[in-house]
Design a protein around this ligand. Structure first.
Ligand SMILES: C[S@@+](CC[C@H](N)C(=O)[O-])C[C@H]1O[C@@H](n2cnc3c(N)ncnc32)[C@H](O)[C@@H]1O
Length: 459
């Protein structure tokens, strides 16, 4: 392919798409340039920073003509904060962009032309929808900074408020800022490995109001912790727990192995539908509670359980979908690679009095074929894989098992389309595709798909 640019060139073009990583996509003579900064419809000049075989990377240096889809954003740092790549884009346009992404990938990568793809289910109020924030603390020009990393860098974009978080996060950040200043708490420095405060995590339940604050520290001692807790309690009456997580390693991993409760309980309580979940400092939980119920209700609708079915929930996390479905199925098997998540899943089953679930810890590509070889067959297989999609062994086992239905929950339309193609070529028919907007103002695209087995049973 002819590469029409060199490193250091400045080119002009229009951003026609946003990549998974949140970069603008500009085409020049059919060649793709991913640029940092800008929104769909912006006419931009871009400096080329790196040339690859089939694409180049660049940085937007100027917006020559702003997109007609731009709206005033409530976020004052959206130009450089790496948190949301679609901040400033009209919400209607965000929804259109996400629906089109699913449609295009299923057509182009999946080769599936005839499939019914519904318009994405958006949020009535797409602001302050998140129940968890996890951000680093650092130092800039002698001042503590707390916020998301800036686009394409490890510098921190300082925030007082974040418009996609529940406002309890703002209150916690305010208290932490005051604590740092008053008691001269030293933020951690990535380069030297010195300093105390590394990360803060705030989790809360929209249903119970329970709030947890976690400080990740480079050391065991948290100076003036009583005064810190008082500051938090004064601002956040719903505060249930404060945890110190200790991470003294020079690593990109946010949390260390040891946690200690410095105020209140070890866990907070949240609900999805009628199900109760204990949330610990470490446990994964869906971050958009409103849309999680929309997504899981679709999963239930697509699975259409009558009570006699055996269900597999592959990539089950802490077992949220498994438990949702177990209420309507005969038996559910959940498989997940993170051991702690399986421990949480078992505990969640116990506190909800659900006994018809069996959770397996390990890689799905190993456990799922093994259970099939033991003679366990599912009527419905649910998969909710990470961004890279299902492992070929998982797809292969579904093909051999021939469940009546496959419900595929996906956070990446391209790997979804790749997997649907293989399943379609092996007797499964895509019946419905429903994108759900789980992450407004970001480029993340979630969808849920129903496939039914139509191929020959002899195959
Ligand atoms: C998108 S999350 C789904 C979580 C869960 N279904 C939910 O709704 O909360 C994907 C999950 O797959 C797990 N995972 C990643 N690779 C895996 C593998 N090879 N085998 C099993 N689980 C895996 C991750 O730890 C993560 O919990």
């Amino acid at each position: 392919m002819n590469i029409p640019v060199n490193k250091g060139n400045i080119i002009e073009g229009e951003i026609i798409d946003i990549s998974h990583e949140g970069n603008g996509v500009v085409k020049l003579e059919g060649y793709t340039i991913f640029t940092e900064g800008g929104l769909i419809g912006d006419k931009v000049s871009v400096i080329i920073t790196e040339i690859k075989k089939s694409y180049a990377l660049g940085k937007t240096v100027k917006i020559i003509e702003p997109s007609k889809h731009r709206v005033d954003t409530k976020c004052s740092i959206s130009d450089y904060c790496g948190g949301c790549s679609l901040q400033g884009l009209d919400y209607k346009m965000q929804l259109e962009f996400k629906t089109n992404k699913v449609k295009n990938d299923i057509k182009r990568i999946g080769g599936l032309d005839e499939v019914a793809i519904h318009n994405i289910i958006g949020m009535d109020n797409p602001n302050r929808y998140r129940n968890k924030v996890q951000i680093p603390v650092g130092m800039e020009n002698g001042e503590a900074v707390i916020g998301f990393y800036k686009k394409g860098s490890h510098d921190i974009a300082n925030i007082d408020t974040c418009v996609i978080q529940h406002d309890v996060a703002d209150k916690a950040i305010g208290a932490i800022r005051e604590y740092i200043k008053e008691f001269k708490i030293e933020p951690y420095d990535n380069k030297t490995g010195k300093g105390l405060l590394r990360h803060i995590i705030v989790k809360n339940s929209f249903k119970t109001g329970d709030t947890m604050v976690v400080l990740v520290t480079n050391g065991n001692i948290l100076p003036h912790s009583d005064q810190f807790i008082k500051k938090l309690r004064d601002r956040i009456p719903e505060l249930k727990t404060v945890i110190q997580n200790i991470n003294t390693k020079k690593t990109n991993l946010v949390m260390g192995a040891k946690s200690q409760v410095i105020y209140g309980e070890e866990k907070i309580i949240d609900y999805i539908g009628n199900l109760k979940f204990y949330i610990s400092a470490e446990s994964f939980f869906q971050v958009n509670p409103v849309q999680t119920e929309v997504l899981y209700s679709k999963a239930l609708e697509y699975a259409d359980l009558k009570g006699n079915e055996t269900v597999f929930d592959i990539y089950c996390g802490i077992g949220t979908i498994s438990l949702f479905l177990a209420q309507k199925a005969k038996k559910v098997y959940g498989i997940e690679s993170v051991n702690q998540a399986i421990k949480d899943a078992k505990e969640n089953a116990r506190i909800n009095g659900i006994e018809n679930v069996e959770f397996h810890s390990g890689n799905a590509e190993e456990i799922f074929p093994k259970l099939y070889e033991k003679g366990i067959k599912a009527d419905v297989v649910v998969v909710d894989p990470p961004r890279k999609g299902c492992d070929p062994q998982v797809i292969d086992t579904i093909i051999k098992m021939k469940p009546e239905k496959v419900v595929y929950v996906s956070c990446n339309p391209s790997t979804l389309a790749r997997d649907l193609k293989v399943l379609s070529e092996n007797g499964f028919k895509v019946m419905e595709v429903q994108p759900v907007d789980m992450f407004p103002w970001t480029g993340h695209v979630e969808s849920i798909i129903l496939m039914t087995y139509c191929g020959s049973k002899e195959k």
